[in-house]
Structures are given as structure tokens and as C-alpha cells.
Design a binder for this molecule. Structure first.
Ligand SMILES: C[S@@+](CC[C@H](N)C(=O)[O-])C[C@H]1O[C@@H](n2cnc3c(N)ncnc32)[C@H](O)[C@@H]1O
Length: 283
């Protein structure tokens, strides 16, 4: 495992994934019923944008930093809430001014969105990042950090006792068969817990592979969100997607409003496709 997420923290793919994640959490915690969240590929929890790794790629410049610099006029509520969550994490480090320095990973955003009584398991396989994640949440009983294979945890933990759940699947796509593994894991999870909400991130490097993955979602109620940068540095990932299976009520409405705005702020094409369980793409 060579992938280290610190090189990519806060890039445009994170903006898409984390903005949607914040909205999912908000909607899923609006009901007075307990929620279970599983982050199968959790990363280190939080990232210093001035670290050697982040400074080497500067990927946040075309992602969260560009979004934060965009004029706020007409900013959709879901984007404003995501930016507020990002700023709140930075403030934990005693910062109140200057450019954003500390960017929250998915486990931090999840933790901030949960209520007492909700349950959260975060899995990370890489020893160093798992240790960083354990340190990030040391003493916090609201998060169970496991140094474990997220796919195995998914198998073991579905269905959750709460019967209400959100699963974030965000693998590094280092392995050539990651799409296959992801599709298999998802299929199995859906068999065990058909009503769960699953947010699945994927890169669009190989169009055919991304399309084939989306085709595996036939028969499932899903919302597909995609961003394609108009100008990406040579050799860098320029497009990605997030498939949200069984999205909560009004999530689509929020994304219809937020996604084009994010696309325009990041100079990216934005596309939203809605699939009902019985039919093919509608928009
Ligand atoms: C894209 S990053 C996760 C980023 C994180 N979800 C976020 O949004 O902040 C993928 C992470 O998965 C870890 N990883 C790789 N294979 C794994 C596996 N089988 N199970 C759990 N974690 C894995 C990598 O070490 C890496 O930290």
C-alpha cells in the first residue's frame, strides 16, 4: 500500500465527496432515530495543508481553497454548511484568521455530524494512518477506530442493529481490480442491508471502467454526482464521481442546487444523474 491520502487532502474530489457527506449526515440525523455510520477507508482523520506531502502537490489549491475564495453570493446552503464544517475543524487548532490550514478528513466530518447515541466505526488499513486516526480520536467514545480491512468490516457489520445506516466507501484505487472489489462488496452489503445509504467514491480515469461500475448499480436507487475539471495539470486526476445509493429524502434537491454551483466555482463540469430502482438514467 503506497497510497497516502495526505498528498490529496482538500482537492476537488474531496470537495464533491465531503460536501455530499455533510448533507447526507444532516438529513440522516434529522429523524429522531439512531444512526450507524461506517467509514470503510477512513484515512488519517485530518490533514495539515502545510505538511510536506500536501505542500508538494498543492492539490487543495484547485479544491477547497478555490471554493473558499469563490464569491459567496448565491452559495447554496449545502455548500455553506460544508464550508462551515471545514472552518470549524481548522478552528480546533486555535486558528481564527489566515488561509485554511487544517482540513478535516471524512471521519472528522462524520463525527461532527453525529448526535450522542449514534454509532461510528472508522476503518483504516495503513498502519501509520490508522495510528494517526487513533490519535485524532483518542479519548473520544463516539468513534471506534479499527486498523482493519474496510471491505471485511462492511461484511461483518451489515446490517447494523440500528437498522439505519450510512456507509462511506472511499478506496484508494491503487489496485487494478478495485472497481470489481468495490462492486462485489457493495452488492453483498446491499443483500444484507438493502435499505442502507451508501456513498461510493470513484475516480474517472478510465471512462469505460467508471461506466461499467455504474452499470453494476442497475436496479438500485442511486444518485450519481460527477465533477470534471476543465483544466487539470498533466497526469493528474481530472474527474471523479460519487454514487449515493438510497439517498435520503431531499438530498437530490440539495445536490441539484449545490453541484452546478460547486462546478462553476471549481471550473469544472458538473453532472447529476438520478436512477430509480427500476429504470436507467433520467437526466
Ligand atoms: C481515499 S483515502 C480515504 C480518505 C477519507 N475517506 C477521507 O475522505 O478523508 C483511502 C484510504 O484507504 C486506506 N486503505 C487502503 N486499503 C484499505 C482497506 N482494504 N481497508 C481500509 N482502508 C484501506 C488507505 O490507506 C487510505 O488512507
Amino acid at each position: 500500500m503506497n497510497y497516502r491520502h495526505a498528498f490529496h487532502a482538500g482537492n476537488f474530489t474531496e470537495v464533491l465527496k465531503h460536501m455530499a457527506l455533510c448533507e447526507l449526515l444532516r438529513l440522516l440525523t434529522a429523524k429522531d432515530k439512531k444512526l450507524f455510520v461506517l467509514d470503510t477507508h477512513a484515512g488519517a482523520g485530518g490533514y495539515d495543508l502545510e505538511s510536506d506531502q500536501a505542500a508538494r502537490t498543492k492539490e487543495a489549491d484547485a479544491g477547497i481553497l478555490r471554493l473558499m475564495a469563490a464569491p459567496r453570493a448565491g452559495m447554496p446552503a449545502a455548500v455553506a454548511r460544508y464550508l462551515a464544517a471545514v472552518a470549524a475543524y481548522d478552528r480546533k487548532f486555535g486558528r481564527s484568521a489566515g488561509p485554511l490550514r487544517h482540513y478535516p478528513g471524512s471521519p472528522r466530518l462524520v463525527r461532527a455530524g453525529l448526535r450522542p447515541g449514534d454509532r461510528f466505526v472508522a476503518c483504516e488499513l495503513h498502519a501509520e494512518d490508522a495510528l494517526a486516526l487513533k490519535r485524532e480520536f483518542a479519548g473520544d467514545r463516539g468513534v471506534e477506530v479499527r486498523q482493519a480491512d474496510g471491505y471485511q468490516a462492511l461484511k461483518a457489520l451489515m446490517p447494523p442493529v440500528e437498522r439505519r445506516g450510512l456507509v462511506l466507501l472511499d478506496p484508494p484505487f491503487e489496485a487494478a481490480d478495485e472497481f470489481d472489489r468495490l462492486a462485489r462488496a457493495l452488492k453483498q452489503a446491499l443483500r444484507r442491508f438493502a435499505t442502507g445509504c451508501y456513498a461510493v467514491w470513484y475516480p474517472i480515469k478510465d471512462e469505460a471502467a467508471a461506466t461499467a461500475f455504474k452499470e453494476t448499480l442497475a436496479g438500485v436507487k442511486a444518485l450519481i454526482l460527477e465533477l470534471r475539471l476543465r483544466a487539470a495539470p498533466e497526469g493528474k486526476l481530472a474527474a471523479c464521481g460519487l454514487a449515493v445509493i438510497n439517498p435520503p429524502w431531499t438530498f437530490e434537491e440539495a445536490m441539484v442546487e449545490a453541484l452546478p454551483w460547486v462546478g462553476s466555482a471549481l471550473d469544472a463540469g458538473a453532472m447529476l444523474t438520478s436512477r430509480s430502482s427500476a429504470s436507467s438514467p433520467t437526466a
